[in-house]
Design a protein around this ligand. Structure first.
Ligand code: FES
Length: 198
């Protein structure tokens, strides 16, 4: 698909992602002289370098965003109510146990997280790559439906995801949102882009 087509399909949301992608290209372009001075192993490491996120100030119900490899990564601190909603929608999501391989082996269960309180996902829709919008308000106030328990909406073609990034059934997006490799450096710091080798 051409980038023009993608922009038409995804509208304003895609611009956000396109900006991020352009930023990524610019970074690569300006980084070349620097990278060229590195040994091949150092260059490969810098291009895919993990990023550290400080979650110390994240309040329950809040979400922060970091960029990793030019992609938006969301970290959502879920409340007990948010976590409880995951069971309620289990029969409405397409892949409740995340059987399709878009998450590391150590991510299991409905929470799709190392620590259930913190969801870490790549904020890119598995349909055509738009970035979904958070819809944490519940019920009719969400503008989705009266029973909406909170989650994410992709504005491009209407895919909806629960608070674990699991896609609802019969939506254009085929898969749940990706969980990137990550681990906790401490209670308040997460390293995104690397598995814990310890
Ligand atoms: S890109 Fe089409 S529904 Fe998300």
């Amino acid at each position: 698909m051409s980038s023009d087509k993608k922009e038409v399909d995804c509208g304003r949301r895609n611009l956000v992602f396109a900006t991020a992608a352009v930023g990524g290209v610019a970074t690569v372009a300006t980084a070349v002289p620097f990278l060229a001075s590195m040994a091949p192993s150092e260059r490969a490491k810098a291009a895919g370098a993990p990023v550290e996120a400080d979650i110390g100030k994240l309040a329950p119900g809040e979400m922060m965003r970091v960029e990793w490899r030019g992609k938006p990564v969301w970290i959502l601190r879920r409340t007990p109510e948010m976590l409880a909603s995951l069971k309620q929608v289990a029969d409405q999501v397409a892949d409740p146990d995340s059987k399709r391989p878009n998450q590391p082996d150590y991510i299991k269960g409905e929470a799709r997280a190392i620590k259930p309180e913190y969801l870490v996902v790549v904020g890119i829709c598995s349909h055509l790559g738009c970035s979904p919008t958070d819809k944490f308000q519940t019920g009719a106030a969400s503008g989705i439906d009266d029973k909406w328990p909170g989650g994410f909406l992709c504005p491009c073609h209407g895919s909806t995801f629960d608070l674990s990034g699991r896609v609802y059934k019969s939506k254009p997006a085929p898969d749940n949102l990706e969980v990137p490799p990550h681990y906790y450096l401490s209670d308040t710091r997460i390293l995104i882009g690397e598995d814990n080798k310890a």
